[in-house]
Write a protein that binds this ligand. Structure first.
Ligand SMILES: N[C@@H](CCC(=O)N[C@@H](CS)C(=O)NCC(=O)O)C(=O)O
Length: 205
């Protein structure tokens, strides 16, 4: 397998999952944005985004799908919730929610607070989408009231996918507005050895 990655981008979900599974893979660290910095990248992923995971004939470019794929490929594993488990629906819901609902609004915040040149920045959009994200985070806060993990009473790839959204929020300074369960979960999962290995493997930004 080969993972195309940029430091702290959504490909971190895939990198962390590969480390949790102890997978054999080659890591390609690229500068951001890879469509401009890595010649030939558009031939590998025409969207120009990260992650890209290549596994033989298979190519995946969605971070949550890669977490799902790796869990299935590594079955049986406690990091996967099987269809016959009661938590299967919740597991899928968290996996999909991780990017569509929790990372998406932050990309607006990131773009209009940091990536765009000064004259194109939009403080109103930044605040509106910060609030959007923080309000969607209520689902995580409530779930963690009586639980250490999001579903199935154990750490799964759904935690990797959702935790990354919290981690991205931290890099945007939104963690100052996290509620206690989210704040504690963010810190706790960052202590996992595989998370720490993933951090060390990525090239500095
Ligand atoms: N939904 C995709 C989004 C991938 C994505 O947009 N990645 C961003 C980095 S976090 C990217 O590569 N942006 C570079 C660009 O758009 O040129 C996922 O979860 O993997």
């Amino acid at each position: 397998m080969k993972l195309y990655h940029c430091a702290d981008a959504r490909s971190f979900r895939a990198l962390w999952a590969l480390e949790e599974f102890g997978s054999q893979y080659d890591l390609i660290n690229m500068a951001f944005p890879p469509r401009a910095t890595y010649p030939g990248y558009l031939d590998i992923n025409p969207l120009g985004t990260v992650p890209t995971l290549v596994d033989g004939e298979v190519t995946l470019t969605e971070s949550a799908a890669i977490c799902h794929y790796l869990a299935e490929r590594n079955a049986p594993t406690p990091l996967r919730v099987a269809p016959d488990e009661p938590a299967y629906g919740a597991y899928l819901n968290w996996l999909y929610r991780s990017d569509a609902t929790l990372t998406f609004p932050q990309t607006i915040v990131l773009r209009y607070s940091r990536l765009e040149p000064e004259e194109r920045r939009l403080p109103q959009a930044v605040e509106d989408y910060s609030i959007w994200y923080l309000s969607r985070l209520r689902s995580v806060e409530t779930t963690l009231t009586d639980a250490s993990f999001l579903c199935a009473n154990r750490f799964t790839v759904a935690d990797i996918a959702v935790h990354y959204a919290l981690y991205l929020g931290r890099s945007l300074g939104l963690d100052k507005r996290y509620k206690p369960n989210c704040a504690a979960y963010l810190e706790r999962l960052m202590e996992r050895p595989a998370f720490q290995r993933a951090l060390e493997l990525q090239a500095p930004t």
